[in-house]
Design a protein. Structure first.
Length: 343
């Protein structure tokens, strides 16, 4: 029987934003300290609708589609005056959105559904990542070839929360395993150190973050991704039900402009890195190379940039998360997602 190993500090006290903002991110500690500045743009047209878009993380190349939509003037052309707001390290994921400090938020669908199960009235209005970005990462020479090989092995993950945890449960379920079939170490966001020192046999991490960082550091790795039918919805554009009812045209315009931003990044990655330098403090020549590698790993996740949610996937996700005890109460998944605001 497997066991769960906890770190010296409670994993529940750690968040991705807190630890990476403390200096583990690709672009260095200067990013978190600076917080990011939205470059000055031409004055919004009279009558432009003000909207604030929240990001669950410090300024980072992963948000390039939204930086591009802003820099290219797509939001202004849509009659919007958009402010970009990056969360602080200790900030709750949906707090600013629910309190009215933000109008929209880039975050994953599975975490939104979890929030809705706790009573939040939120809705996901456009899909950003078509592919779930979290995978099991193992050394390239590991004898772990499939998820089924995890029985009796040790896997490191930040803690029993968020995308890394959800993905681990989905990978295990796809292989007919449960957490009791292996040892799970709660390691905080120290995946790179845990894997390179051999403290664990594999780690959960993002295809466009930890996997890129390990490769850049000279550690060859392989990734074992979620099963094709895995029921987890990834990064999306989210808002409140109230905004969809009160300003449906503004939400629709924002989604259309953001999808233009996604397509522009796919079509011109080099240009996206260049313009992102105005949004990401400390994007030095070295950091720019890291950003290029991260964006190269991000673009395949974006898929066809249609924004369309797979509603059947959301239905399966609600069932999976309920069975895995990841929800805090009953939730109507159909109220948490919509394709009605796509262009």
């Amino acid at each position: 029987m497997g066991e769960l190993m906890t770190p010296a500090a409670p994993a529940s006290a750690l968040t991705r934003r807190t630890l990476l903002a403390a200096g583990a991110g690709l672009l260095g500690a200067g990013l978190a300290a600076c917080g990011g500045q939205q470059p000055e743009q031409p004055a919004a047209s009279p009558g432009a609708i003000p909207l604030t878009l929240g990001f669950s993380y410090i300024p980072d190349i992963q948000f390039a589609p939204f930086y591009a939509a802003d820099a290219h003037g797509f939001y202004r052309e849509a009659g919007l005056d958009v402010t970009l707001r990056h969360h602080g390290g200790s900030e709750s994921l949906f707090g600013a959105l629910e309190q009215g400090q933000e109008d929209l938020l880039v975050a994953s669908g599975d975490e939104l559904l979890q929030a809705c199960s706790a009573g939040s009235e939120l809705v996901s209005v456009a899909r950003v990542y078509q592919t779930y970005p979290v995978a099991l990462i193992v050394p390239a020479d590991s004898d772990i070839q499939t998820a089924a090989d995890l029985r009796g092995r040790t896997v490191g993950t930040p803690g029993p929360y968020g995308g890394n945890w959800f993905a681990l449960l989905a990978i295990l379920a796809g292989a007919g395993l449960t957490p009791e079939d292996l040892t799970i170490d709660y390691i905080g966001f120290t995946q790179q150190a845990a894997l390179t020192t051999g403290a664990v046999d594999g780690v959960m991490g993002y295809l466009n973050n930890e996997a890129v960082r390990l490769t850049a550091a000279g550690t060859p790795v392989r990734t074992i991704t979620l099963p094709e039918d895995a029921a987890l919805a990834s990064i999306a554009i989210n808002t409140t039900r109230a905004l969809t009812q009160q300003q449906p045209d503004a939400v629709r315009a924002f989604v259309a402009a953001s999808l233009r931003g996604i397509r522009s990044v796919v079509e011109d990655p080099a240009g996206a890195v260049e313009l992102s330098g105005d949004y990401i403090p400390g994007l030095t020549a070295s950091a720019r190379r890291d950003a290029e590698a991260t964006l190269a790993a991000t673009i395949p996740l974006l898929g066809d940039a249609s924004g369309r949610h797979d509603l059947q996937q959301w239905e399966r996700m609600a069932q999976f998360m309920a069975e895995a005890d990841l929800l805090e109460g009953e939730v109507d998944w159909s109220q948490a997602v919509t394709n009605d605001f796509l262009p």
